[in-house]
Design a protein around this ligand. Structure first.
Ligand code: ADP
Ligand code: AMP
Length: 218
């Protein structure tokens, strides 16, 4: 099954994509994570993307589409993909439709996660990640069981993204509203759109996702 989690920065896409990956064997495909990996590796693409990402703008469609096309060639996507943070523009959405069609696959659902702006700012400014395994946490809403120790891998080093500050988050929200929000109507037109309340707590959001999946299987 191929799903898109559509929502502004901080909506909970990555959190839910990881849960769906564990529960169903889908692969989380986060273009943000892939671009950050390219930065870490110091590739040409990564270096070019750095300044754009730090100010909260979108990396060009060409670059992002090339990364996704390459990723979709790997065999581990056979059970399905949860797209997280992709597509972000109408051109990316149209190209994804074509890529899936060309590989004899299709999109099964787009789940729009609705969260209000002030909650998004709170979520993003409190977000941090285990440096070793990438598990996500929040200062207030998703603390590890033991302070300073990752629940998943026992790691004790954590990182915060340079773009997870209030100023950049507000810029990223504007970019989302202008460039990505039009995808809601695009997918509604395709009959693929499911809207869920992303303001609920993490477990309730997962339950709403599972209800969509059950509906698709029925
Ligand atoms: P996105 O991938 O959409 O940018 P994340 O999944 O990284 O968002 O979530 C942003 C932050 O909010 C993380 O620190 C995460 O732990 C926290 N979070 C995610 N879902 C919820 C929720 N339903 N309620 C409260 N906090 C949440
Ligand atoms: P994210 O991890 O999804 O919050 O993305 C972090 C940053 O990576 C964004 O602010 C963009 O600069 C860039 N990015 C991630 N995905 C895309 C995409 N699909 N299209 C363009 N830029 C992207």
């Amino acid at each position: 099954m191929n799903l898109i989690l559509l929502g502004p920065p901080g909506a909970g896409k990555g959190t839910q994509a990881k849960i769906l990956e564990q529960a169903h064997g889908f692969k989380q495909l986060s273009t943000g994570d892939m671009l950050r990996a390219a930065r870490e590796a110091g590739t040409e693409i990564g270096l070019k993307a750095k300044a754009i990402m730090d100010r909260g703008d979108l990396v060009s469609d060409d670059v992002v589409l090339a990364i996704v096309a390459e990723r979709l060639k790997k065999p581990d996507v056979a059970k399905g993909v949860v797209f997280d943070g992709f597509p972000r523009t109408p051109a990316q959405a149209e190209s994804l439709d074509k890529m899936l069609k060309a590989s004899g696959s299709k999109l099964d659902a787009v789940i729009e996660m609705k969260v209000n702006d002030e909650a998004l700012v709170k979520r993003i400014t409190g977000r941090y990640t285990c440096a070793k395994c990438g598990a996500g946490y929040h200062d207030e809403f998703a603390k590890p069981n033991k302070v300073g120790i990752c629940d998943k891998c026992g790691g004790n080093e954590f990182t915060r993204r340079p773009d997870d500050n209030e100023k950049t988050v507000r810029d990223r929200l504007q970019v989302y509203n202008k460039q990505t929000a039009p995808l809601v109507e695009y997918y509604r037109g395709q009959g693929n759109l499911h809207v869920i309340d992303g303001m609920a707590d993490i477990g309730q959001v997962t339950a709403a996702m599972e209800a969509v999946l059950a509906q698709l299987k029925a």
